[in-house]
Design a protein around this ligand. Structure first.
Ligand code: NAD
Length: 482
């Protein structure tokens, strides 16, 4: 990929402004390259290219079977280039190579293949109405979609937006995080190679306050699909309000409760709790960041979890033996360390970790030791706020009612998990937990066919599955007088 370029209308294009964002490898502090900090003029060009492709029907007018094949091809090409893409993601993000393949490239490829299967199955209905009429519905693409995505699963989440939008016939302007722009640029190039016409997928790079805001305020963007923080979501709602009332879907953060009852399969629960918080170095929206353990199992559960956490290999994410890589940036590391200090100040007990990892070469990057707090009270900051790092807050509970009260006691509602062998208790908990996903005896299970999104301030609208199609289509009711 050429440096300092945007991907607009099927070509590498210079930015009109002369400002750039450095892309830094967080595991080493080394400069990888730079990308433009696209301003409103650049975003205008990208939106115009998307609009032109939409109006010319170069994509949405193509035979559905051809569009299906192209989306499938994108999935195939992502897998063909998985090692290259994974290396790119690891260098931008600091997660391990295994995670970049398994939790970014592979699910992104699957997502394109899943939505390839939808292209020929998106249709309306005929409706029996009173009077001499034929009434039917059409499901039409919403138009130009702005996809604004975060840095933690940059390719996977981009696919969650781009694949269903394309399946519905929309044209897209993708705005990756300023921290992880390279995989998005490569995705656009791969989509062209797969046969996607020019202008249908454009990528603008840059900061949220410049590029993101220009997209959010644009009068000719019909919809923004967003994954990121609550603070940015508030701005997007305002941008929509003061521009063209573009529709929004918002996937925001979480403070997900992982609830362990004493009859659970303890070994499975401990393993899942470990990876639920330390996988992706805790920078995971659905991270198992609140561990609620029944008082009868609490002490031995925490002891075993801590023993395994101490053994995790933290370090160079390109090394196959590494289990936890670097945090995304110095800023994110400082934020995590600040939360750790607040946990100590508020009286939680630090069981393990609790500091930066500076062993050997780790000193050059932004590594944090896997951290466990116990004796956490629900009112503490580390129990209420999203840390977005490898820090778990363990809370003791006495019975199911108390567990539900604690679990539902935050502004978030993204995900929750319950560990028990009691099938009645499991289903009761699934019904009472206010969360978009509930995992019973598992954690972080995902499938392209199953919807993902939040309750409460974790957002609205759903990615994945058939539900995502509603985000990218308008329904038109057609009346024919007979
Ligand atoms: P962020 O909100 O800062 O950034 C997300 C994206 O929005 C980036 O591309 C950024 O450049 C852009 N942006 C920032 N300000 C903007 C503005 N004013 N207008 C338009 N765009 C703007 O979030 P982040 O730091 O990249 O990601 C971490 C957050 O995302 C966490 O809170 C995490 O929980 C959340 N997240 C949620 C999910 C989910 O599926 N619910 C998934 C991943 C991350």
């Amino acid at each position: 990929m050429p440096p300092n370029k945007l991907f607009i209308d099927g070509r590498w294009e210079d930015s009109a402004c002369n400002r750039f964002v450095d892309v830094v490898n967080p595991a080493t502090g080394e400069l990888v390259t730079a990308v433009p900090d696209a301003d409103a003029c650049d975003v205008d060009r990208a939106v115009a290219a998307a609009r032109a492709s939409f109006e010319k029907k170069t994509w949405r007018g193509m035979d559905p079977s051809k569009r299906e094949r192209i989306l499938w091809n994108i999935g195939d090409l992502l897998m063909k280039h998985r090692e290259e893409l994974a290396a790119l993601i690891t260098r931008e993000n600091g997660k391990t190579l295994r995670e970049s393949v398994g939790a970014d490239v592979a699910p992104a490829a699957d997502c394109f293949r899943y939505y390839a299967g939808w292209v020929r199955k998106i249709y309306g209905e005929t409706i029996p109405v009173d009077g001499p009429f034929l009434n039917y519905t059409l499901r039409e693409p919403v138009g130009v979609v702005g996809a604004i995505v975060p840095w933690n699963f940059p390719l996977q989440i981009a696919a969650w937006k781009v694949a269903p939008a394309l399946a519905c016939g929309c044209s897209v302007v993708l705005k990756p995080s300023e921290l992880t722009p390279l995989n998005a640029l490569r995705l656009a190039e791969i989509a062209m190679e797969a046969g996607l016409p020019e202008g249908v997928l454009n990528v603008v790079t840059g900061y949220g306050a410049t590029t993101g805001e220009a997209l959010a305020l644009h009068q000719d963007v019909d919809k923004i699909s967003f994954t990121g923080s609550i603070a940015t979501a508030r701005k997007l709602l305002q941008s929509s309000a003061v521009s063209n009332l573009k529709r929004l879907s918002l996937e925001l953060g979480g403070k997900s409760p992982n609830i362990v009852f004493p009859d659970a399969d303890m070994d499975a629960a401990i393993k899942a709790s470990l990876w639920g918080i330390f996988g992706g170095k805790g920078e995971v929206c659905s991270a198992a960041s609140r561990l609620l353990v029944h008082q009868d199992a609490h002490d031995r559960f925490l002891e075993e979890l801590a023993a395994r956490a101490r053994k995790l290999r933290v370090g160079n994410p390109l090394d196959a033996a590494t289990q936890m890589g670097s945090q995304i940036s110095a800023r994110q590391m400082d934020r995590i360390l600040d939360y750790i200090e607040s946990g100590k100040r508020e009286g939680a007990r630090l069981v393990t970790g609790g500091e930066r990892d500076t062993q050997g070469d780790n000193a050059k990057g932004y590594f944090v030791k896997p951290t466990i707090f116990s004796e956490v009270k629900p009112e503490m900051r580390i129990a209420r706020e999203e840390i977005f790092g490898p820090v778990v807050s363990a809370i003791r509970f006495g019975d199911a009612d108390e567990a539900v009260r604690i679990a539902n006691g935050t502004v978030y509602g993204l995900a929750a998990a319950v560990w028990t062998r009691d099938v009645r208790l499991a289903h009761r908990m699934a019904g009472e937990l206010k969360a978009g996903s509930v995992w019973i005896n598992s954690y972080n299970s995902f499938d392209s066919g199953s919807p993902f999104g939040g309750y409460k301030q974790s957002g609205f609208g759903r990615d994945l599955g058939s539900y995502a199609l509603d985000q990218y289509t308008n329904v038109k009711s057609v009346w024919v007088a007979l």
